[in-house]
Design a protein around this ligand. Structure first.
Ligand SMILES: [Zn+2]
Length: 260
C-alpha cells in the first residue's frame, strides 16, 4: 500500500490509498473533486472507491462531483451505515467492524462517534495504517459536535488500542497549533517538545506533518494523556472544579482547547 496525501481546501487532507499490486486506488475523504482528479492522473492509478469518514462538507462535499467526473466508471462509496443519508453517493454502508476490499487490500471500519454521531475510521491492519478523519488528529482531537467527552474519550481509546507502530492519517493539518496547546499543559514532556520541533521543521520545509503513529500520539497528544499527572494538574489549575476522574479531565482539556 502506498498513501499519497491530497491537500484540499485550506487545511484538509484526503488520502489516495494505492494498492500497488493492482494499480487500484481509493480516496479517503473528498472535499473537492479537482485535487483528487489531479492526484489520480499524476499517480497513474485507477480510482475505484471513496472512503468517507463522516458527513461534514469538507470531507464529503466533493463526492458527487467526483462520481460525475469519472462516469461511466462506477465508484464504490463507503460510509457508516447508520449515517448513510448524510453521505452523498453512498453505495456500500459499513457497520462497526465490517471489512471491505480495495484491490488486494483489506480494511475494516472502526466506529468512533463524538465529532459526529456517524464517524468511522478506516483501518488496514496488515498495512499498519488507520485513517482517522476528524476524530484523532496529530496532537489533538475533533470538536464535540454530536457527542460528549465520555464518548470521544472512548472513541479515541479504540484507536489508541491499535498497535503502537500503526501510522495515523488524519483529516486536517492542525498539528503545529495542536502541539502549541499541548505544551501549555505539559511543558515538562520532553517527547512533546521534541515532536513540536520536528513538526515545525517539517512545516517549515512545506511538508505535511502526517502520518503520525499511535505510539507518538500516546506520548504527546493531550487527549490521550489524562493519566499524566502534569497534564491533570495543569488542567485543574486552569479550570475550576474539575473532578479527579479521567472523563472530567478530558472534558476540561477539550474546553481549554476550544478556547485556545
Ligand atoms: Zn468534521
Amino acid at each position: 500500500m502506498r498513501v499519497v496525501p491530497v491537500a484540499q481546501l485550506a487545511d484538509n487532507y484526503g488520502y489516495l490509498v494505492i494498492d500497488e499490486s493492482s494499480g487500484v486506488a481509493g480516496i479517503v475523504d473528498v472535499a473537492e473533486a479537482g485535487p483528487v482528479l489531479e492526484a489520480i492522473q499524476k499517480e497513474g492509478v485507477e480510482l475505484r472507491a471513496i472512503l468517507s469518514t463522516h458527513h461534514h462538507y469538507d470531507h464529503v462535499g466533493g463526492n458527487e462531483e467526483l462520481i460525475e467526473c469519472l462516469r461511466p466508471q462506477e465508484l464504490t462509496v463507503f460510509g457508516y451505515a447508520e449515517d448513510a443519508e448524510r453521505i452523498p453517493g453512498i453505495t456500500h454502508p459499513l457497520e462497526d467492524g465490517q471489512s471491505f476490499e480495495l484491490g488486494s487490500l483489506r480494511g475494516r471500519a472502526i466506529f468512533i462517534p463524538a465529532h459526529t454521531r456517524g464517524h468511522i475510521a478506516y483501518y488496514f491492519e496488515s498495512e499498519a495504517a488507520v485513517f482517522t478523519g476528524d476524530t484523532l488528529f496529530a496532537g489533538g482531537c475533533g470538536r464535540l459536535f454530536e457527542g460528549d467527552a465520555a464518548q470521544m474519550r472512548s472513541s479515541l481509546g479504540r484507536l489508541a488500542a491499535l498497535p503502537d507502530e500503526t501510522k495515523v492519517y488524519c483529516g486536517h493539518e492542525y498539528t503545529e497549533s495542536n502541539l502549541r496547546f499541548a505544551l501549555t499543559l505539559e511543558p515538562g514532556n520532553a517527547r512533546l517538545s521534541a515532536r513540536a520541533e520536528e513538526v515545525a521543521r517539517l512545516r517549515g520545509d512545506g511538508k505535511p506533518s502526517v502520518p503520525t503513529t499511535i505510539e507518538i500520539e500516546k506520548a504527546t497528544n493531550p487527549f490521550l494523556r489524562s493519566d499524566s499527572a502534569e497534564l491533570r494538574a495543569s488542567v485543574q489549575t486552569r479550570v475550576q472544579g474539575v473532578a479527579d476522574d479521567d472523563v472530567a479531565v478530558f472534558a476540561a482539556t477539550r474546553q481549554l482547547k476550544d478556547n485556545f
